[in-house]
Design a protein around this ligand. Structure first.
Ligand SMILES: [Zn+2]
Length: 226
């Protein structure tokens, strides 16, 4: 329930030391029409209940006796309360995910609810994120693999290091033939049948260190011989 400042002060001193309380920064995601969803606040699990302190704003008090159930979903603490005969759900998004287990079971214990393990799959955000990242990396690699496969199939030369197709080929009177692949040791005739000089077009990019018959990747700078 929403309490006034004086009452909040009294409840705070009744509930034991703030330093002994479990504290977390949270966001009130749901619960009180007077408070905007998502409002940031300090949450203290005291001996007498849960105190929610919005800086320069409303104060919340949830009596342990009014709590019917607590659930955890991802980083959210969902508290089912019965305040003044009205059933309601109060949802806090807990910023410090590591303290969620302690908060959860402290509330359960003080509200005379049985001990419950948090379903790891439900709440372990860190693990979920890590596996998501791994999946993303895997699919990225898969996409890259497919792209290289396509390049090979189409005989498009590419950098063996970064797979870029922006390549600079150094040889006078000869140019890169797009019909041949430059990787995997497959060296065919690179002489353009028409005999045009392509190197000149990119001449400004030629490094002095580069020798004839060398290919430089314009993306990563990797140089290799044909
Ligand atoms: Zn490269």
């Amino acid at each position: 329930m929403i309490v006034n400042k004086e009452e909040f002060k009294r409840l705070k001193s009744e509930g034991g030391s703030l330093f002994k309380a479990i504290h977390t920064i949270a966001n009130l995601e749901y619960g009180y029409s007077e408070i905007k969803c998502g409002t940031g606040l300090n949450v203290y699990i005291m001996n007498n209940g849960i105190l929610g302190d919005i800086a320069f704003g409303k104060k919340i008090y949830i009596d342990f006796n009014s709590i019917n159930d607590v659930e955890v979903s991802n980083d959210k603490l969902i508290i089912s309360v019965n305040e003044d005969e009205v059933e309601n759900k109060v949802v806090f998004k807990i910023n410090n995910i590591n303290s969620i287990n302690r908060i959860y079971n402290t509330i359960r214990q003080n509200s005379n609810l049985e001990y419950k393990e948090i379903d790891v799959q439900q709440c372990n955000v860190v693990t979920t994120n890590a596996s998501n990242i791994a999946t993303t990396d895997l699919s990225k690699r898969q996409v890259e693999k497919e792209r290289v496969k396509e390049l090979k199939k189409d005989h498009i030369p590419y950098c063996p290091k970064c797979h870029s197709t922006s390549l600079h080929y150094i040889e006078k009177r000869k140019r890169l033939s797009l019909g041949r692949t430059l990787v995997g040791g497959a060296v065919g005739s690179l002489v353009n049948p028409v005999g045009t000089v392509a190197g000149a077009a990119m001449g400004g990019l030629t490094s002095n260190k580069m020798k004839k018959g060398e290919v430089k990747c314009l993306n990563c700078g990797h140089t290799w011989k044909l």
